[in-house]
Write a protein that binds this ligand. Structure first.
Ligand code: 5GP
Ligand code: ZN
Length: 121
């Protein structure tokens, strides 16, 4: 069930270009076109789900898988924390327009390679 006008569905299908980082049967990960840090990767399910708020119990395994893929990519791109939890990265789901969501196909932001502030803007 791909949404024909969805930009991320088009990227997953190869109809729009992207810089791929990782792919398996369930997810596709690629570099964000407008990175906010030295590492900014989007981990996207191949299934078209508009947001976290559209998840159902059948998606539970998929979401867990997205986090494990994020961890693997963080290791590969050199932003994983060391044994003292120095360095590190941020994982973000924006849910809805007020939270900053602009693409309505579920995506997990993996952001790292610099220090970050909290709270977010
Ligand atoms: P959101 O604001 O919905 O949480 O995040 C959407 C992200 O998708 C933004 O960081 C934006 O830069 C990225 N993005 C939007 N369109 C494209 C695209 O065509 N290619 C890539 N690689 N990233 C995109
Ligand atoms: Zn989509």
């Amino acid at each position: 069930m791909h949404d024909k006008d969805c930009i991320f569905c088009k990227i997953i299908r190869g109809e729009l270009p992207s810089k791929k980082v990782y792919e398996d049967e369930q997810v596709y990960a690629f570099h964000d076109i407008n990175p906010v840090a030295p590492v900014h990767v989007l981990i996207v399910p191949k299934k078209h789900i508009p947001s976290v708020h559209h998840l159902t119990p059948e998606d539970e395994q998929l979401v867990g898988h997205m986090f494990l893929v994020a961890k693997q990519i963080a290791n590969e791109l050199g932003v994983a924390p060391d044994e003292n939890m120095n360095k590190g990265y941020r994982l973000v789901f924006n849910v809805g327009k007020d939270a900053g969501q602009t693409v309505f196909h579920l995506h997990l932001h993996l952001i790292g390679g610099r220090t970050m502030s909290w709270p977010p803007g």
